[in-house]
Write a protein that binds this ligand. Structure first.
Ligand SMILES: Nc1ncnc2c1ncn2[C@@H]1O[C@H](COP(=O)(O)OP(=O)(O)O)[C@@H](O)[C@H]1O
Ligand SMILES: [Mg+2]
Length: 239
C-alpha cells in the first residue's frame, strides 16, 4: 500500500495529561479517509500534529507530499467569522493560490481564473464579491473548500467541514471531495456523523486517545469498535 500519510507512535500533550497516546496509523494514497471519535478524543490535535502545527512529545509523521510547496491543503474547524471581516469570497479563494506561489509573488491572470473556477466548482460563483462574514456557515465552508481547491494540493485535511452545513452544501462538498479522490488525491476528514461514514468514506480511523481501529471501512467500521471508542471515556469516568 502506498501511504499518503503515516503516523508512528505519536504521543501529544498540551499539559501533563496526553491527549494522544501512541497513535499509529496509515492513510493510503487516493483514499477518502474519515477520522472519527467522541468529542475531545484528539481528532483536531491529530490533524494539527500531522500538519506540523502541534509538536508531538514522541513519534513521527510522514507525509511525502510535504516536500512540494502547496501540496498539503488544510481547512480548519470552522470558527465564527467576524461579520465585518473585509474580504470577499473571491479573495478567500484566491488566497489558495498563494500557498503554491509563495507569499511574495502576486497572483496573475491564470491564478485569478483558477480562483473563479474553484468558486464555480463549489457553487459559490454568484457570491464571489460577497463578504465572507455575510455568508451562511455552509456557504463559508464551501468558500474555504474553494480556497483549498485553488491550492491544487495532493492531500487535503479538513476538520469537520460539514458541521453546521445544510444538506445541499453537504452533498456538494462530499461530491467535490469524492471527485478529488477519483483524481488520485487523498482526502482526510474529521467527521462527526457516524451514520454517513459507510456512505461517504472508504477508509476510517476510529480514535479516542489511542487508535481503536484504522483501516478499510468495511473491515473496521463495526459496532464493537465504535462502542469501544465511544464508551472508553465513560468507562474511565466511572472508575
Ligand atoms: N490548545 C490546547 N491547549 C490545551 N488543551 C487542548 C488544546 N487543544 C485541545 N486541547 C484538549 O485536548 C483534548 C483533545 O482535543 P481535540 O483534539 O480538539 O479533540 P476533538 O477534535 O476530538 O474534539 C481535549 O481534552 C481538549 O480540551
Ligand atoms: Mg475537533
Amino acid at each position: 500500500m502506498n501511504a499518503a500519510a503515516e503516523v508512528r507512535h505519536l504521543t501529544v500533550s498540551y499539559g501533563e495529561k496526553p491527549v494522544l497516546m501512541d497513535v499509529s496509523l496509515t492513510i493510503p494514497c487516493g483514499s477518502f479517509a474519515a477520522i472519527v471519535g467522541p468529542n475531545g478524543a484528539g481528532k483536531t490535535t491529530l490533524m494539527k500534529t500531522m500538519l506540523g502545527l502541534v509538536k508531538p512529545l514522541a513519534g513521527e509523521v510522514s507525509i511525502p507530499a510535504r516536500g512540494r510547496r502547496g501540496a498539503v491543503g488544510y481547512v480548519p474547524q470552522s470558527e465564527s467569522i467576524d461579520r465585518d471581516f473585509p474580504i470577499s469570497a473571491y479573495e478567500v479563494a484566491l488566497m489558495g493560490r498563494y500557498a503554491s506561489l509563495g507569499w511574495f509573488r502576486r497572483p496573475g491572470k491564470a491564478d485569478k481564473s483558477v480562483a473563479e473556477e474553484c468558486l464555480r466548482r463549489v457553487g459559490m460563483e454568484k457570491f464571489a464579491s460577497r463578504q465572507i462574514g455575510e455568508l451562511s456557515g455552509g456557504q463559508q465552508q464551501r468558500v474555504f473548500l474553494a480556497r483549498a481547491l485553488a491550492q491544487d494540493a495532493e492531500i487535503y485535511f479538513l476538520d469537520e467541514p460539514l458541521k453546521g452545513v445544510d444538506a445541499v452544501s453537504e452533498r456538494a462538498i462530499i461530491s467535490i471531495l469524492r471527485g478529488l479522490c477519483a483524481e488520485g488525491k487523498t482526502v482526510v476528514m474529521v467527521h462527526h456523523d457516524l451514520r454517513t461514514v459507510r456512505d461517504y468514506f472508504d477508509w476510517v480511523s476510529i480514535i479516542n486517545l489511542g487508535v481503536v481501529a484504522s483501516g478499510a471501512v468495511e473491515d473496521v467500521f463495526c459496532e464493537r469498535n465504535i462502542d469501544r471508542a465511544y464508551s472508553r471515556r465513560a468507562a474511565e469516568a466511572a472508575v
